[in-house]
Design a protein around this ligand. Sequence first.
Ligand code: MRU
Length: 354
Amino acid sequence: MTKESQIYPVVWDGDKVVLIDQTKLPNQYEVVEISRSADMAEAIQTMIVRGAPAIGVAAAYGMYLGAREIKTSEREEFLSKLEKVAQTLRNTRPTAVNLFWAIARMVKTAYENIGTVEEITAILLETAKQIQLEDLETCQKIGDNGLEVLPTSPTKLTILTHCNTGALATAGYGTALGVIRSAWREERLIRVYADETRPRLQGAKLTAWECVQDGIPVTVITDSMAAHCMQQGMIDAVIVGADRIAANGDTANKIGTYALAVVAKYHNVPFFVAAPLSTVDFELANGSKIPIEERHPSEIYQIGNTVLSPTGVEFYNPAFDVTPGELISAIITERGAVKPSELMGYCESREIEK
Ligand code: MRU
């Protein structure tokens, strides 16, 4: 039995969406109420809501909010305006495929429904709720499937993770942090090492906060300390999430993931990716064409009001990197764990929709 985490970053509240403001954690727990599609797009872009599955769920609700703002009873006009809503939401963040996946599912639902505009709009709300529910269930399955592949020796593990892949990054429970939650529940975990995850510090702020909420022992390290910890034999496994997985298993995830995978390989530490199948982009044969979001340089040179670097310096701020599939021990999905090189065949043999 999976114990749910009680953290839900996206909540439908009768007539609006309530988001946990992830830019304020851990110092302030604040929520933001979203009633308009444009505000949802802004919340995704500014990372009030973030994490691949969570932005998929948020965008699905954004599609519904946009649909209910459209003032027409003409089906064709409605669908064409809905496409504009979809495009605004697609333009928010380029890397996480769950965003595009959820929007595509909402658009398809609208096109396939032959009812009135009012009926289509109502179906869109139900579809958004369904996407959210499915993601929660998916994460719980990922968590438990992870237990099948985690090392059995030592019996209690120390696991390193990167960024935030927990309840905050999904509909609830989490992917990589979901596996960690399941391991903790089954008494197979001693401690989590959380990379702080420069520059936005999702590890130091959000993963640490979630672990504290659930009583999971956590040690925060700076990203540059991970290699040392592995060299010292302190880490039994690394588990990370994913923003987009190509058909060959190459995986885009938060910047710094690739370096971790290289170091893990060197030290024979198993390196797992935990992600829903909605994160797999079967259109891409390998990771070379995954679009990498570049964010504002102030994320590097500024902390709060303090500017860290002198003027006259250039900055480069890619938010994600791509880890080659050959560095990944297994990809843990809701249907089980699979070697990256076998991902395509695995999905075909299980008739998983591409
Ligand atoms: O920029 P973010 O915070 O949205 O990046 C999040 C990540 O990279 C996560 O590891 C990924 O989305 C998986 S979340 C389950």
